[in-house]
Ligand binder design. Structure first.
Ligand SMILES: [Zn+2]
Length: 196
């Protein structure tokens, strides 16, 4: 039944409610993944399969919560960076002592990697968006790694492993989820309306 504004509003409203549920559902999936991961000691492959989706969700919640972060193709590079950094575990397993930082994670799990990517983004104008997106993705990866596992050699080559309580990470995710829901429920600006 059309309404006085063309009949599409109720469907749009329902659609925006459906979209607004997505961040909450994603947070619930992340919570389940972490409960399962903590329930026992899993083989490394299973741990990776449980951990990488949680990294994607962490980065996705930030992208959904922060205005302008979702402008394509930036989010694709952020999501890629949020998981691709874990490829540095491959040399860790092959040559453990050479690349392991304090806490047991590879030394590339540090702010230095983020800074190198940001410097490359500033220097290479043509690849600015991919490199800046990867830098953000790696930073968001570190956000989760700080709260899970053995800690992160955040300030490498300086010594020490950084860690934060899981509850702090959970609180940040809760805040991001609320912000994302609020953004998705906000009515979109009407197109084609001009003001005098
Ligand atoms: Zn990692």
């Amino acid at each position: 039944m059309p309404d006085d504004r063309g009949g599409v509003r109720p469907w749009r409203a329902r659609l925006s409610w459906a979209r607004a549920v997505l961040p909450v559902a994603a947070l619930a999936v992340l919570a389940v993944l972490d409960v399962v991961q903590e329930s026992r000691r899993w083989p490394i492959l299973v741990t990776g399969l449980l951990d990488e989706p949680a990294h994607l969700i962490t980065a996705g919640l930030v992208l959904a919560a922060v205005p302008l972060a979702g402008t394509w193709p930036f989010p694709a590079w952020v999501l890629a960076g949020a998981v691709a950094i874990d490829l540095d575990h491959v040399p860790l397993y092959l040559w453990h002592d050479a690349v392991s930082g304090d806490g047991g994670r590879p030394v590339t799990h540090s702010l230095l990697t983020v800074l190198v990517l940001l410097a490359a983004a500033a220097a290479v104008r043509r690849h600015r968006i991919p490199l800046a997106g990867l830098a953000c993705g790696v930073a968001l990866h570190l956000l989760r790694d700080l709260a899970t596992g053995p800690g992160v050699p955040l300030l490498w080559p300086l010594p020490g492993a950084a860690q934060v309580p899981y509850l702090l990470y959970a609180a940040v995710l809760g805040g991001l989820t609320l912000a994302a829901v609020a953004r998705l429920l906000r009515p979109a600006p009407r197109s084609g309306v001009t003001r005098p």
